[in-house]
Structures are given as structure tokens and as C-alpha cells.
Design a protein around this ligand. Sequence first.
Ligand code: SF4
Ligand code: MG
Length: 336
Amino acid sequence: PDAFLSVRDLRVRFSTEDGVVKAVDGLSFDVERGKTLGIVGESGSGKSVTNLTILGLHSKKNTAIDGEIYLDGQELVEAPEKEMEKLRGNKVAMIFQDPLTALSPYYTVGRQIAEPYMKHTGASKKEAKARAIEMLAKVGIPQPATRFNDYPHQFSGGMRQRAMIAMALICDPDLLIADEPTTALDVTVQAQILDLLKDLQQEFGSAIVFITHDLGVIANMADDLLVMYAGRAVERGSVQEVLRTPKHPYTWGLLSSMPRLGSDVNEALMPIPGSPPSLLNPPSGCPFHPRCAFKDEVAGGLCSAERPTLATGRAAACHLSDGQKQSIFIDQIKPR
Ligand code: SF4
Ligand code: MG
């Protein structure tokens, strides 16, 4: 694979008491160095499972993973846990919605930021402390040398998020996975954190996989966009392409909740009736067909019979022809 991060036909299944959950069902995508891929979808669409799989954080117990994940040419699905430990926090780092899942209440913030640096670079305690203070300053924590000694509960929510970013970036990772990193924050702090991430990406050149349900955030952060539904990718393209001329009925629905994107799409879009399908027993054919207002436009009951594939490049996994998509979008969805 040529791309820096390349996911190929990834399948993740969990065995549960009720049966097999197909959490990710044939997912492929690429991310280039220094670029941001946004992955958007409702909860249960497989976006968080995908990121945990890249990080090797799924217990192998009751979990079957197929497909390939290449990071800088190294395959990760088959990589031994020892290898993954070397990568995590070093070459690949992550930030989550809740910094308290990353920060322990029992140790100072500074110690926790310094630790991965010592572990992965073999730096001395003193060197790691200096580097951690430098990182705290970079993420905009005032009086970083003093704040180094604070415990997480002494930080505000926004400051904890900044501290987690400092911890994630201290080893200069090539890939940063951000899973709903600003969802819990108020709008002003959210905007500050997003700006910070963009600045740091410029400085560090990391590739970012940015996972969110918020298309407004994605519009402002990502270069490329992958829309996920029921464990599958249903649409892919550059952010501008997907947001300005979305091709998949699910994306049309998602955009209906985003009236002010600065795109051509607004409230004229239709909402999505019903709820996401169970991944224990996903619908036949197109997983979106039970909720899709356009399935009767496709002849022969194809929507419930045959799974549409997602071509490479700019594409949507939908049986509607390109002409149909364009005319439905222009006539019924794009406001005049
Ligand atoms: Fe709707 Fe059919 Fe397209 Fe699925 S394949 S999104 S059901 S039109
Ligand atoms: Mg999630």
C-alpha cells in the first residue's frame, strides 16, 4: 500500500450470548501523512471499533478480526501485542472524548505526560519533565512548570483535554486518532481545542483520523470524509465534495441536521426515520434500505437483495445510478 495508513477490507465480529455482532463489515480507507480523515456516523456505526482495532486495543477473546491494517508499511492486525505496545503512545497516539479515561486520578498530570516519553525514548526523568513542561506550554496551559504538579481534578475539563493532547503528542506520533475529542466541551472551548489540534498537526505533520457524529466539526477539521453506516463505509470523498454534493441517501439525511455548513445543503433535507439497524442481524442488501426513502427508485427490489459496493475514490455505496442521485439531489434535496 502507498498510503501512510491503509485499512483493507477490515471485518470485526464479536461473539455475544445473542449471536455474532458484525461491528465492522468490510471497511477500506487510506490516510496520507499530514492529512486528516474524518469518519462520521451515528453511534453503533463501527467508527469507534475501527479506531480501537487500529490501536490493537480489542481483546482477542470473543473477537474475530479479518483484513489488513498497514501503518507505514507495517501490518497491524497480525502484529504481536509486544509490537503494538511499542507503537501505542509512540508512533500512534489517541485522544478520547473523556480525558479521565486517559488520565489517572492518582498521579500528577505532569508525571502522566512525561511517562510515555521516558518509556519510548529512554529519556531520563529530568529530560522527560522538561519535555512535558514544554508540551504543556504548547497546548496552552498557563504556568506549565507549576501545573506540572497538579492532579487531573485540579484541571478544568478543557485543560484536561489539552493535557491529554500533550500526552498524545509528546512522542511526536505519525498517526493521531481522535475519537469525539471535543464532544463533552462547551462550544468556545471546543473551537479552541480544534484550532490547537490543527496548529499542532501543522507542526508535527501527523496524520489524523478524526471520529465524530458532528458534521460541523468535520467540515472544519478534515481533508477527506468517510461516512459509516452499520459497520460499513457508505460514502467517501473530499470533505468539500461530500458536504456540497452528497451522493448517498444516508448522507443526505445526516446533513439535514446541519443547516449552517456554508454548503449548498440546508434544512430542505429530509431527516432519517427509524433507528440504526441491529448489527446482530443486519438488513439484507443495502443496510440502509429499511430507512431509505429512495429504495423504490431502484428497479427489481435490488436494494433489499444486493449489497451495494463502494468503489474507490469519490464514491457512494448505493444502487441509484449517478444520474438518479444527481437529479434526486438537485430536485428534491438541494434547496432552490
Ligand atoms: Fe437507498 Fe437503495 Fe441506495 Fe440503499 S442502495 S441507499 S436503499 S437507494
Ligand atoms: Mg464512539
